[in-house]
Design a protein around this ligand. Structure first.
Ligand code: ADP
Ligand code: MG
Length: 332
């Protein structure tokens, strides 16, 4: 997760905060870097002392999750799973076990377009500017042979995870921020916070309403024309997540390769430049936004239409905007 790119995304989707007063309550916001990304945490509270206490709780929760799921932190349980690929099963906390189980559920739902074991491709495709030439066919084929969620072996009774193949690796880049946002939101709700937003670099997770009684809104821009907001959409108690390749990509021979990899081929997904998904939970929205990128417009839209309470907006590389049928676009 590259913070610079994340900053850009933060400008793509903006939260409109009306500074109103209702029952003496007011929104308080803190911006900070967590999970390698920019987070803006907003809570509606009676004063800054109360608000800061709540925001501290959310920050601690997100940091705790980061320590569990980060594949960069060599002390995390996720790194231990990766180190033991092809060697032996690793005992993990129920929380991580369950997250992996749900991630595999999304792989099944998307015919493998979403796959946390995409991560062994990290060695081949780098989107931090360090990659100077197109990886060879052989290296891609070799790496993609280590990808495949069917080779993630779960043992519920012993709470273990085993990556069957030597060189296999899992990573939560496409689901972790969403999961952390859901947990932080649930925690704050359980502490009595009536309303707020966890905004993870433009991925928005909200609950309650603005103090003036209005719904929270997200503005969506077309990455082809970033200065123009083309939709302003209300979100009540739900999440809106955007995946867009206009941020992280490399160019070879005038072809743009994105940081979202098709786990079945080992090549980056093409054809789409931005996918926005609306869902009750940020975790699902996050994973599905990445999945639609890989599935492509037709299959992706079709899959989204079949899921209750999930909607999407897809922008392809020609600038065409396609939306699922229940989205009412409110012109700003
Ligand atoms: P963002 O970078 O905006 O958070 P995404 O949520 O779409 O975008 O996540 C992209 C990240 O997900 C990549 O940087 C990589 O870490 C990981 N990833 C790439 N391809 C896949 C895939 N097919 N399935 C699961 N995770 C993926
Ligand atoms: Mg995602």
């Amino acid at each position: 997760m590259h913070s610079q790119n994340k900053l850009k995304k933060a400008f793509t989707i903006l939260a409109f905060l009306a500074v109103g007063f209702l029952f003496g309550q007011q929104p308080y916001k803190r911006t900070l870097k967590l999970m390698g990304s920019r987070f803006d945490i907003t809570v509606v509270a009676k004063d800054s002392l109360e608000a800061n206490g709540y925001i501290d709780l959310a920050v601690n929760e997100i940091s705790r999750i980061e320590r569990l799921i980060s594949s960069w932190d060599e002390n995390s349980q996720t790194s231990e799973i990766n180190r033991n690929a092809g060697i032996e099963p690793v005992k993990v906390d129920a929380e991580l076990y369950n997250l992996i189980q749900r991630a595999i559920g999304i792989s099944n739902l998307t015919d493998g377009a979403f796959d946390i074991s995409y991560a062994s491709m990290d060695k081949i495709w780098k989107f931090d500017g360090s990659m100077k030439e197109m990886p060879s066919k052989e290296s891609i084929q070799n790496s993609v042979s280590k990808v495949g969620f069917h080779n993630i072996v779960l043992d519920k009774e012993n709470s273990t995870v085993f990556l069957k193949l030597d060189g296999m690796k899992i990573g939560f880049g496409a689901i972790g921020k969403g999961y952390a946002a859901d947990r932080a939101k649930d925690l704050l709700i359980s502490k009595g916070v009536v309303s707020g937003i966890i905004n993870a670099s433009g991925d928005m997770n909200t609950w309650g309403r603005q103090p003036d009684g209005k719904e929270w809104k997200v503005a969506i821009t077309n990455p082809m024309d970033k200065n123009k907001v083309f939709a302003l959409l209300p979100i009540t108690d739900g999440a809106v997540v955007t995946s867009g390749n206009y941020e992280k990509y490399v160019n070879f021979n005038n072809v743009r390769y994105t940081h979202i990899i098709d786990p079945r081929t080992g090549y980056p997904a093409t054809g789409i430049i931005s996918v926005t998904v609306f869902a009750p939970k940020a975790e699902l929205a996050d994973a599905l936004a990445t999945s639609v990128f890989v599935m492509g417009k037709e299959v992706g839209l079709n899959r989204i239409e079949q899921l209750p309470k999930v909607e999407c907006i897809i922008i392809d590389d020609k600038g065409n905007i396609t939306k699922s049928k229940n989205i009412q676009i409110e012109r700003p």
